[in-house]
Write a protein that binds this ligand. Structure first.
Ligand code: HEM
Length: 214
């Protein structure tokens, strides 16, 4: 059970994650010709590389949606099977959406500098999530926790990116594509630094538990 500041920090994170995930699920309607709230910049990317971009935009929200609840210690302890199944959904969503993002990055609306930032993010996202999953299977639980924190720091970049868009307009950028040259880096590097500092403060991973069925 979370208390005090961690409870409010978790509540804010989960609220923002669920809100952005649900709002992003409007891309499910795009293959049926419903372009609800899709900006011209992103529409251009979809029309250029529809399979990659739509796979990413439709699958990634499931990672954002399921991720926060995996960090709740009470839920992990009381419902370990639910933790494992939700974890499988999270990992599958990250790997599919991450590989699709890697294939979309060269066509990002912000050009090659934005594409490089998104490409590096996609490669790190897939690698950290895959390694975290392997650590769980090998029962290296502390390592699994640390790597999943990094994975979700990157997943949560979807939220920090969207929170930074109004700041970009206030700074004088006139479109998402123009400011994405910065957003492709500022949306996730601070999240990763925060998790690195938090993990350093908590100490290095060490615990390994014996293999269990399921
Ligand atoms: C963490 C790794 C991620 C990478 C590397 C990544 C990469 C990208 C790229 C390159 C685009 C095209 C945007 C452009 O042209 O500038 C995009 C768009 C999009 N991404 Fe991601 N993304 C990631 C995570 C997520 C997550 C977790 C979500 C969950 C909501 C998400 C949802 C979307 C959506 C809905 C779009 C369409 C644009 C929009 O409506 O804002 N992405 N992403």
């Amino acid at each position: 059970m979370l208390k005090g500041f961690p409870k409010y920090a978790f509540g804010t994170m989960a609220f923002l994650a669920v809100a952005i995930a649900l709002q992003s699920m409007r891309y499910i309607a795009v293959p049926w010709g419903v372009w609800l709230g899709v900006g011209d910049d992103i529409r251009g990317v979809i029309e250029h590389v529809p399979l990659q971009m739509l796979t990413h935009a439709i699958v990634a929200p499931f990672a954002l949606l399921t991720g926060p609840f995996q960090f709740l210690p009470g839920l992990r302890a009381r419902r370990p099977a639910l933790h494992r199944w939700t974890g499988r959904v999270y990992v599958s969503a990250c790997l599919i959406a991450g590989l699709a993002a890697l294939a979309t990055a060269p066509f990002a609306s912000g050009g090659p500098i934005a594409g490089t930032g998104f490409g590096v993010l996609a490669a790190l996202w897939v690698s950290a999530t895959f390694a975290a999953w392997r650590a769980a299977v090998a029962r290296k639980i502390d390592l699994h926790r640390v790597l999943m924190r990094f994975s979700y720091a990157m997943t949560f970049g979807a939220v920090t990116l969207r929170l930074q868009i109004p700041i970009g307009f206030m700074l004088g950028y006139t479109s998402y594509a123009a400011m994405s040259v910065w957003l492709a880096y500022t949306s996730w590097i601070p999240n990763v630094i925060v998790v690195a500092l938090y993990s350093l403060a908590r100490g290095a991973p060490r615990q390994t538990v014996p293999a269990a069925a399921g």
